[in-house]
Design a protein around this ligand. Sequence first.
Ligand code: GLA
Length: 732
Amino acid sequence: MAILLNEEKNLFTLLTDHTMYQMKADEWGVLLHTYYGKRTAVCDYSYLISYENHGFSGNPYEVGDDRAYSLDTLPQEYPSYGSGDYRESALKVRFGDGTTACELRYEGYEIQKGKYGLPGLPAVYAEADTKADTLIMHLKDITGQVRVSLIYGVLENLDMITRSVKVENIGERPLTLERVLSTSVDFLQDGYDMQTFYGRHAKERIPQRMPLGHGMQVVGSTRGTSSHQFNPFFILCEERAGEEQGSCYGFSFLYSGDFYGAASVDQMDQTRVVLGIHPDNFGWLLEAGESFQAPEAAMIYSDGGFGLLSRRYHKAYRNNLCRGKFKKARRPVLLNSWEGVYFDFNGDKLVQMAKEAAELGVELFVMDDGWFGKRESDTSSLGDWTVNEEKLGCTLAELSEKIHELGMQFGIWFEPECISEESALYREHPDWALQVPGKRPGRSRYQLVLDFSRADVRDHIYAQMCEVLDYAQIEYLKWDFNRSISDIYSAVLPASRQGEVAHRYVLGLYDLLERLNSRYPDMMIEGCSGGGGRFDAGMLYYTPQIWCSDDTDAIERLTIQYGTSFGYPVSAVGSHVSKCPNEQTGRMTPLETRATVAMAGTFGYELDVNQMAPEEKEAVKGQIQEFRKYYDLIQDGDYYRLTDPMHNKGLHAWEFAAEDGSEALVCAVALQIHPNGPGFWLKLRGLDADAWYEMDGKRYLGAALMEGGIPVPGPRVEYESFRMHFIREKNA
Ligand code: GLA
């Protein structure tokens, strides 16, 4: 059992293989947070808390004259607004009488075998080999109007603690939830750094590490999606933490809409971290008897630096978050039509592309944007999901058949959440687009957003999609979303419920994805939002891979994929070889380098193969064979960041090592070359120290490769790349 109770002391200890989390309901019923970190023998960590009289930090009435007891300074498990804790709160309730003072007290607990699930929301789940339990802590506000259930999933062998919260209106009057964050963790001290992942379209998830000072460091999104700009994953770490050493805590939100993540340091130099739905766009009306379920946050602690933290997330998300056939089944090497031909195609042109690609070993042909309605540019037709047979020169079934005759699978692009004003759907249902009464909605990429909080709107889009998907053989769907949401208002909800629209929209998105996944279990859905604008753990529950960025330049991708790797597995990272000069940057890079970089992901191509020179085609054949050979190692192996591309300008390298140490693939890209410059050495990771490894006919001792390293072969030309495969000798 991963949950240990000391009923006499009301002490609850959650144990994973290497980590430990503890809370305690004190004599006043306040649920205190007492420990999160490395697993130790179980003891009551509340001895660490000091009680002192601090000026202007008031005291709850029931403690009487004890001026040393203040919620303003105590470490709490779920701080609420208006309780006398003036720091950041996780919960804010506006009661029926307009007041907001809410003080929560412990009522009792429940333990359930296995990991809880959350209906309609993504959640980490236990597999047969996962040891998992659920703890639910019931709290009630002292006026008896709300019950708050804190839900903890303890996934022992994943070293993960998940949290969610359910709030019930147990009073007689309606109330509004103005803030319900999913997790809050208090640390007794300061001295932490916060590493966040910021960016923009075509430049996502750049790591930024900042020491926390007094006050607050906040990341978040109010764009309706998790966003390119900030990712709903961040790390809190001690100052000395690095890739391989030191304590760090990961906070990951399994949610694809507005989020809010913050770390603050208070007057007593204590640190508080919170993560949940962004309160700015949120207000949830609860009638008497109703409840609200917050999404899940997943936390991991590592005492072995960022590397170990990432590998723990990778494993958990790969095996216990992604679902469906393609979690395990080998995913096909694809060719996507977008950068090759954009909107400029017909059926014959696509078949010609596919034919060439099939000869090179590509297994899946994806027809991207431009196949439906009257879509010849991005100005029209979103919402009209009918095949443009005139453009294709055939039906979709016929096109798919031709692709299948080549021995390939077939996939198509959709953008189900959006609507063009230039579309039959808009002419018929202008009110289906999100828009605020009395104001024209903001456009982005010429398009508006459908009100996915509405079941009738979703049903209509679903029916149109099924019409297409049922009619032709389609093994892959790219689900795109190409703008941020604005003008949040739903025509079918009363004024008192407009604060619910943004979250209901995300629930609607999940509903449609769930329906498609269960109706088409053999079809893989790849997520996308202008590249990586919705690259989050919530989406991974529905789409096992996500197009990582619209920037396909191999050198740019080094940083984007590096940043992404902190919180997400390589198996989730959609990555393609595209043409040169690169469409986004104009940069020239060797074809081999583009392949090396794309191999740190799902691997595919996005160019017009018909335009390639014969020797390039030969090279592509070899790359595909090589990727197939390394497939398991890349997708399921342990991922090591060997360098940091933002600070190591000369060479960037990473490694995939089999969990059992039997083989490793080291990849490196030369970034800046100086004539007559010094050499490069890379120290490998994850090998068997005592075993011998073979690479290119030479033998190396595992320990030597890890302690001494391996010289990176010359000659070194800018952007040249290297792939070095080490295999453990059998008789080792
Ligand atoms: C987005 C995607 C691209 C492509 C285009 C099509 O930008 O990220 O990969 O599908 O839309 O319009």
